[in-house]
Write a protein that binds this ligand. Structure first.
Ligand code: NDP
Length: 224
């Protein structure tokens, strides 16, 4: 039985990943800014922990509470999407840039750095939930903050993959699909259940040979 830790598990894809991992028998540690969030609090057999990934002290405090435990799979899922327009839109204020990068990029780093000592060696896996919107090869214009943050998240995962390989820890980044969540909206392509099922299959397949990949929930490689 694997121990799986998920950030941003209060709703959306993170909640679905926690639910599905628990249903298959994994030990799940579901982290959220508000671990008493209604949907998460209703999940049976899931340990809930308060973590704001933008605050490194909450990540360090989590690591202290988990001392002596071993994490097999760390899923860095927490994310925000601010500013969906084109260049003349008002939604690209300095605080929007800083706030997004604090969660989508630095938040991944704080989480990984704090929990790295607890990762299984060899055999630990770290999954960074990025987005194909961060791919240069698939650039579509607009949504500048979000696209840049996800490009940075994938870049971070690639460099962590290099650095953690000698420790026996594999790292990769993933596009979860266009998913019907608060972020993805009602018109999106797939449900959280479909996304979570596909992602967990991809995470299971991640090893030191494939470490550093950027792939979608259905196994397609994303050109970066
Ligand atoms: P939601 O907006 O539905 O959920 C986002 C989650 O991230 C919430 O649990 C939220 O918690 C959490 N979160 C936000 N900021 C923080 C923080 N500072 N610390 C901890 N948790 C935080 O989004 P999705 O479920 O759709 O997205 C999940 C991931 O998938 C994100 O990284 C997103 O960028 C990515 N993604 C989503 C796509 C989609 O189509 N939905 C497409 C491509 C990528 P809270 O409830 O406290 O706000």
């Amino acid at each position: 039985m694997a121990t799986v830790l998920v950030t941003g598990a209060s709703r959306g894809i993170g909640l679905a990943l926690a639910r599905r991992a628990a249903a298959r028998g994994d030990t799940v540690i579901a982290c959220a800014r508000d671990p008493e969030a209604a949907d998460l609090a209703g999940l049976d057999g899931v340990r809930r922990e308060p973590v704001d990934v933008a605050d490194p002290e909450t990540c360090a405090a989590l690591a202290r509470r988990l001392e002596g435990e071993t994490i097999d799979l760390l899923i860095c899922n927490a994310g925000v999407y601010v500013g969906r327009g084109r260049i003349d839109d008002a939604a690209f204020a300095p605080e929007d840039w800083a706030g997004t990068f604090a969660v989508n990029v630095a938040g991944v780093f704080h989480t990984v750095r704090a929990l790295r000592p607890l990762m299984r060696r060899p055999g630990g896996r770290i999954a960074v939930i990025s987005s194909r919107m961060g791919s240069n090869a698939e650039a579509g214009g607009g949504s500048y903050i979000y696209r840049a943050s996800k490009a940075a998240a994938t870049n971070l995962a690639t460099n962590l993959a290099l650095d953690l390989k000698p420790e026996g820890i594999a790292v990769a980044s993933y596009h979860p699909g266009w998913v019907r969540t608060d972020m993805g909206g009602d018109a999106a392509d797939i449900s959280v259940g479909e996304s979570a099922a596909g992602l967990l299959t991809r995470f299971d397949a991640l090893d030191l040979e494939t470490s550093g990949v950027f792939e979608a929930w259905d196994g397609r490689r994303i050109p970066f």
